[in-house]
Write a protein that binds this ligand. Structure first.
Ligand code: NAD
Length: 246
């Protein structure tokens, strides 16, 4: 079995599941990691060349066990997609420290921990890291104090990874999606927000999971062999046009 192996976190639904499906279409095998065991079981059933791994990326001992288990199952890791994420949506004054820590634990600590635990495997394959941030990490918007801060940190973490790991042939890049109609987004996007996004986005629509997955899998592929340290928005032009986020 020599096909390449991708480890995708948050693979049970949304952007992570679409990325898993696209990797399979490209002939890769996929380690699907998620803490939601039921959703993971539903998502992985019927997919070829995948194995589910029910772990929480924010807990160091679980991350180490997860990476050991993935290496035992597949024997190699060629790409790591740090996609697992949680959202918050509320004023700074109402964001409790527990919630702040919860968001940082998955969105930032999880990326750090999974990436670090995979370095040895990625050195063997001269592999790729792709971290999923958000356009909310590129500039401030109201009501996203923990989320936006965590995603800005992921952008910097990606640059640090590219700077340090390049000597091992490991590339690190970051994808910043604009709004996509996943469970995460729809939990916090009111009808008013949806309408205002449609107006503000030059392409006048939300993105699809598949459109984000195309960028992620490109960055993991040999076609991107000279691309590292890059922060790439896939957002219909939302961020670059300077229209304010509601
Ligand atoms: P989603 O809620 O549909 O899927 C996220 C998955 O991550 C879920 O299956 C969840 O169980 C899993 N997960 C969460 N915390 C975890 C943890 N600690 N350990 C393991 N698994 C965990 O969300 P999505 O919209 O597909 O988001 C995927 C990524 O894209 C996130 O990092 C998110 O911040 C980012 N993003 C999404 C949007 C959007 O509009 N949907 C926009 C910008 C960025």
């Amino acid at each position: 079995m020599s096909e390449k192996v991708a480890l995708v976190t948050g693979a049970a639904r949304g952007i992570g599941l679409a990325t898993t499906q696209l990797f399979i279409e490209h002939g890769w095998r996929v380690a699907m990691v998620d803490r939601d065991g039921d959703a993971l079981s539903d998502a992985s059933t019927g997919l070829n060349k995948v194995s589910p791994f029910e772990y929480d990326v924010s807990i160091p001992s679980q991350v180490d066990a997860m990476v050991d288990s993935v290496r035992q199952t597949f024997g190699r890791i060629d790409a790591v997609v740090n996609n697992a994420g949680v959202a918050d949506f509320g004023p700074i004054e109402d964001t409790g420290f527990d919630r702040w820590r919860e968001v940082m634990a998955t969105n930032l600590d999880g990326v750090f921990l999974v990436s670090q635990a995979c370095i040895s495997a990625l050195r063997d394959t001269r592999g790729a890291l792709v971290n999923i941030a958000s356009i909310s990490g590129l500039r401030a918007s109201t009501l996203r104090v923990a989320y936006g801060t965590s995603k800005a940190a992921v952008i910097q973490l990606t640059k640090q990874q590219a700077a340090e790991l390049g000597e091992y042939g490991i590339r690190a890049n970051c994808v910043c999606p604009g709004p996509v109609r996943t469970k995460l987004a729809m939990a916090v996007h009111s009808p008013e927000i949806i309408a205002s996004y449609h107006d503000a986005i030059p392409l006048n629509r939300y993105g699809t999971e598949r459109e984000i997955a195309e960028v992620i899998t490109f960055l993991c592929s040999d076609k991107a062999s000279y691309v590292t340290g890059q922060i790439i928005a896939s957002d219909g032009g939302f961020e670059s046009t300077g229209v304010g986020l509601p």
